[in-house]
Design a binder for this molecule. Sequence first.
Ligand SMILES: O=C(O)CCC(=O)C(=O)O
Ligand SMILES: [Fe+2]
Length: 312
Amino acid sequence: MSRPDLPDSQVKGESEDRIPVVDVDVLVNGDAAQRSEAIRHLGRACEEWGFFMVINHGVPASLQGATMDACEEMFGLPAEENAEYMNPTLMAPVSLGTSLNSAYWRNYVKGNVTEYATRTRGLMLALTAAISESMGLDDGRIAEALNLEDCFQLIVWNQYPPAGPDVGLPPHTDHGLLALLFQTGVDGLQVQKNGRWILAKPIPNSYFVIAGDQLEIVSNGRYKAALHRAMVHGEQARMSSVCLLGPCLDTVVQPIPELALQGVEFRGIKYREYIEHQRTKTVNENAAVVVDRARREILARQGSPNSPEINA
Ligand SMILES: O=C(O)CCC(=O)C(=O)O
Ligand SMILES: [Fe+2]
């Protein structure tokens, strides 16, 4: 993992480019006029950023806190206990990876995590319905196209130790449809907009929502996956929790025909193959380029895997 190469002067604060905020309560419970305004706002956020915050999202703070505590506890386990979970396989139900300091961990906190997974999944499905509407489709159209009644969910906790020279996560897009990101006190997430890195500062009780590659494919490129990275400079450790939603691994993801009347931008690809391809690409300081190229290659079905590395 390498420190990304852009100088800090190119990192802008939110005051210069304000990250959109979407009120989920209005999206779900608002009257017709409120909803249609909120859906338009959501559509713009997806089109211009692929990244936004949600408030009034309905996931209880206590549940979030409990999962973060459990995660911190896991990172603090003695090495010999941690060793049991060391496993770079993405699909292992519980695994701890050191290369990106990320953990995929369920059993140890099963009660909390099960409930947390259910609540966050519900939130992402509600957002998916609203995103569908924002493209002029029926609210169930994306879910139908991706068979989301059975879906794939991944919960990742990242811990970044206090500032070493190489702490962070290189630029990447997430492979799923949507991801929710929640962080503890320390900032560090940056999102790229119009070629510039914007520091993502959360407002209280919000989640960041990150559009992933499958949303880009299914929307035929209308909504772009957000390029993001994490950079940690301070004295304090940073933790983030990422809940990612995708279709079942054997689902073939392709543009929704109604969105591709002017031409299809992407070929259909099994989600599992997409993940495998992304995971076999080297992640380094040029990861943005590598991942972007990987996406193009795979969509043209020309890619060939090279050196193995885990991606988020
Ligand atoms: O820690 C962060 O803020 C970024 C994490 C992330 O992008 C990921 O796990 O995919
Ligand atoms: Fe990510």
